[in-house]
Ligand binder design. Structure first.
Ligand code: FEO
Length: 399
């Protein structure tokens, strides 16, 4: 049975949801599931925009059949070849042998690498190329590294629909809803949208900036991403989030404290600092145990807050491993422009502060605050005084 949503008079959402997958890309937890969006335009020529993950292929095929009936599928526009969208391409090629595949040159290469036989069926397009499907005209806009090098987005100039590939996507299954105005996005979706962006596309901020500049010249009425809700009003809200995330500007003035603690002493120091901050008037404070929180959530929070406090015990004369992994991930995702305070703990040779400083020094525009706090085994009165001083220093730096 098909299960589709109508977006405009001629355009249908024919994707589906996966609530069973535990880890997206086999790395990021998705407790709220994920949607794989595909879109079908019914015109003089019928056009499918991207496919879906293999896990929901049966639903996807039912959806296409439900909309098209016995009409042909003429074109398949492939904006992105990552298998969460491209895995079902071959099934479409088999079931619709007349279909032509429209994509960039690099996408042809990637489809061949993934084993799809598109010989004689590919129509290679470049930046600014246009096509008409009858009533609807589209222009192709390349978007390399948002999130792979072959990516393009497609803009339907007739109805103002942007098929945005991974851009403007979110984690989360749709649960019957499709449009942003059918949900409280800020309350229920923003956290997962940020976690999706920062972990999947976060590294490629300058490329997202380039796409945003190109999109600025288009009269966009709908944004149709490959994951999550379709946007049909209040587009500026989400574009503004993308503007901040892709330029690594914090969303909020506030303090994220992430601690690595073996026996609770570094944890006590982190909580003492949080208490000092709140008592001194800075209430926008979030505290996380690096061992208990998946790093994808920490990365998302790190993109959100202006200030970061890293508190780590020393372990094998190094940074505590989960804290080390978090810092390496932060660097890989190109995080920058943050004010950071450091706290180390060690019973005989505290090293983690120096080592965290070295890693932060490899990132752009990271301002490390003084004083750096060093604790031996457990907190003493004088450590409390130092942490109160650090809280003052953090608050002062926000002015
Ligand atoms: Fe949702 Fe880069 O694939």
């Amino acid at each position: 049975m098909h299960c589709v949503r109508k977006i405009t008079d001629d355009l249908y959402w024919v994707g589906g949801n996966d609530n069973r997958l535990a880890l997206f890309e086999n790395i990021h937890p998705i407790p709220k599931g994920v949607s794989y969006n595909s879109y079908l335009l019914v015109d003089e020529k019928n056009v499918l925009f991207d496919t879906v993950d293999w896990s929901i292929c049966r639903q996807f095929l039912d959806n296409i059949k439900g909309v098209l009936g016995d009409r042909p599928l003429d074109y398949m526009v492939i904006n992105h070849v990552e298998p969460d969208h491209a895995a079902s391409i071959e099934e479409i090629l088999i079931r619709y042998p007349e279909v032509k595949v429209v994509c960039t040159e690099k996408a042809v290469l990637f489809m061949q690498q993934f084993g799809f036989n598109i010989d004689g069926r590919a129509i290679v397009v470049k930046e600014g190329d246009t096509m008409s499907f009858g009533k609807h005209n589209v222009v192709y806009v390349t978007a390399p590294m948002v999130h792979w090098p072959e990516v393009m987005v497609t803009f339907d100039t007739t109805d103002g629909v942007l098929f945005a590939a991974d851009a403007f996507g979110t984690f989360g299954a749709l649960g019957g809803k499709l449009f942003n105005d059918e949900m409280d996005f800020d309350r229920d979706w923003l956290e997962e949208a940020r976690r999706y962006y920062t972990n999947i596309v976060g590294k490629y901020g300058p490329h997202v900036q380039s796409l945003l500049k190109k999109a600025g010249g288009l009269d966009i009425k709908y944004i149709c991403p490959l994951h999550g809700p379709v946007w049909r009003n209040n587009l500026g809200y989400f574009i503004d989030k993308y503007q901040k995330w892709s330029t690594y500007e914090p969303e909020e003035k506030g303090v994220l404290i992430v601690y690595a603690s073996m026996y609770g002493n570094t944890e006590t120091a982190a909580n003492y600092l949080a208490t000092q901050l709140v008592e001194k008037g800075m209430t926008n404070v979030a505290v996380y145990d690096v061992s208990k929180t998946h790093v994808s959530y920490l990365i998302s929070e790190t993109f959100k807050y202006s200030h970061l406090v890293l508190a780590s015990v020393t372990y094998n004369l190094n940074i505590f491993p989960p804290m080390h992994d978090y810092l390496v991930d932060m660097k890989a995702l190109n995080l920058q422009k943050r004010t950071v305070a450091l706290l180390e703990n060690g019973s005989w040779a505290p090293q983690s502060g120096k080592l965290m400083r070295e890693l932060l020094g490899q990132m752009k525009d990271m301002n490390i605050l003084d004083p750096e706090i060093s604790i031996n085994s457990s907190m003493r009165e004088e450590d409390g005084d130092s942490l109160a001083g650090l809280a003052d220093s953090i608050i002062e730096s926000m002015k």
